[in-house]
Design a protein around this ligand. Sequence first.
Ligand code: AMP
Length: 572
Amino acid sequence: MAIIGIDLGTTNSLAAVWRNHRVELIPNAAGEYMTPSAVSVEDDGTILVGQAAKERLVSHPDRSAAGFKRDMGTGRRFRLGEHEFSPEELSSFVLRSLREDAERYLGEAVTEAVVSVPAYFAEGQRAATKRAAALAGLRVERLLNEPSAAAVAGERVGEDEQKLILVFDFGGGTLDVSLVEMFENVVSVVAVSGDVHLGGRDFDAAIARAFCQDCGLEWNRLTPRQRGNLLHQAEVCKVALSSREPVLMSVMDGEISASLILTSEWLLRKCGGLFRRMTAPVRKVFLDAGMPPSELDDLILVGGSSRMPTVRSYISRFLKKEPVRKYPPDTAIALGVGICAGMKEYAKDLRDLILTDICPFTLGVDVINQSEPGRLLMSPIIERNSVLPTSRMGVYSTTRDNQDKVEIRIYQGENRYCADNTYLGKMELSVPPAPAGEQSIRIRFTYDVNGLFEAEAVNDVGESTRLLLRNGDMTEEEVRARLLELEKLKLHPREQAVNREITARGERLYAVTVGRARYQVGQMLDWFQAQMATQDPLKIASARRTAARFFDEVEAYLQNGWPDGEEPEDDV
Ligand code: AMP
């Protein structure tokens, strides 16, 4: 039984598998790698998926749907003829079709998959994706962030090498921008941002409307069928413009008969607002990551809309960086997710690649708002964009004299007031009576890549309480095994042996050096402590290496003196 990787896209979906030491894309029944994520229902109730369904979006718009990935995890219903479907049911039809193609291609049953999702997908959307897979007969243990998948598809970095990669994923309906860090064999998403209402379809709409404007037609007066036809023509011309120019756009439909010559310059002029909107999420990821764009090593453009030369040049001019050419815009994510499917099967050649994930939202507890007592404030414990798995602690104190218990309510979201965030659950803990503020409560949140969340509160006398939230499809046994692994994380980084070793080494060197060298060792120790305080494993690992290198130099100095001309000055 094979495990496949699936890139479940807004516009197109692809499947890949790891075989014979390499990743392979899986063709569908028509021999194509890309299957349009479209579903249509025929009069006799037959469900069509892929290209046939995409064609029917124009001819039978009332019986067809596309773009439903945008609505995953919402209560929205899609009416297709006399049937009604949820977004996950529609997605399950696409997944089933990919699964059947894979079974035919591989000649064996496929019951498990690794599926990629946008990094910003919240828990509900991730759970909906898993439900869709289950409906399609696929077990999904692991959802992979799309930008991580795209980065994995490229070449690995060498030992001790580090790379900062911006993945600009511009698809049919959404723009996802992510900063990914690759350090030796660790791939992690550092920050994500995006625009869920910006994609190739917006260009189609802008082109169609601009066409009407330039040809003296009134968009609002067109019939739904004429609009569909115009949008279709706009997309065809937009795609053609990616390989040649000028392109003649002509529409003949009923009373409409018009044509216009399109060029890249025309496109830039007519869609200027869309181009400008592309840069907002790019700015935001650098801000969130606290890094300047000058630190960027690679720019990876993926998603069908990244094929537009105007998009490529606009974004590369904005970042002053040429995009990496070897990443195929349409297949990079599928190839990456196929590699991860191989990792799941423990293909020997892949075993050493570690993928971390990031938490796309903030998790916190409510605290009293002194200025507006009725509106509880959110106090974050795990911040958005934290590297997962993670375990972080916040310390709180009692607010009333002789308070005998605290009720801890847990929320997810980015808003200042708890009422505007999503409530996840609550726990209660008793506290020994004392004057207000004298008793503390330590609250620890532990969250892993597969959506297992544990909150634990401990009071000053060591009594504790715990709340566990998990993805519905994890068995008791899986939860126990995972919690055992997460126990390791709960140690504060300061207490972990490798970090203690570095600190002890620094303290020893501090004791045996004098003057400037001693000052620098002291500074390095302070900096290392600060890195540990972030509780971010990736940052700490990188800091450990920096500190170790510096201490090696100091040891070498103690033995041989500094290299010529580099002797540190004595303090005066
Ligand atoms: P995706 O969601 O990544 O499959 O991207 C689909 C979007 O990419 C659709 O809006 C397509 O119109 C657009 N697209 C695909 N190929 C091209 C191309 N060669 N030039 C411009 N846009 C394209």
